[in-house]
Design a protein. Structure first.
Length: 68
């Protein structure tokens, strides 16, 4: 039962992270964040989001590369 709960929590966190990443990719959100945070912090956050996206999607990309 604990493994199911842990998997559900991880799935929810993954969905939440995906939604936040999608939100950050909209132009209006990017403009707002740029105004609020300033250029340096904004670019640091954007790089971190891109890195996390790459880390989460590498298994899928790896399997796609192996398929003919």
């Amino acid at each position: 039962m604990k493994k199911i709960k842990k998997a559900l929590v991880l799935a929810c966190l993954g969905c939440l992270g995906y939604c936040i990443a999608k939100l950050l990719r909209t132009e209006a959100a990017q403009d707002k964040l740029f105004e609020i945070l300033g250029e340096d912090k904004y670019l640091k956050i954007l790089d971190t989001v891109n890195l996390v996206g790459d880390l989460l999607s590498w298994p899928v990309n790896f399997v796609k590369a192996l398929l003919p």
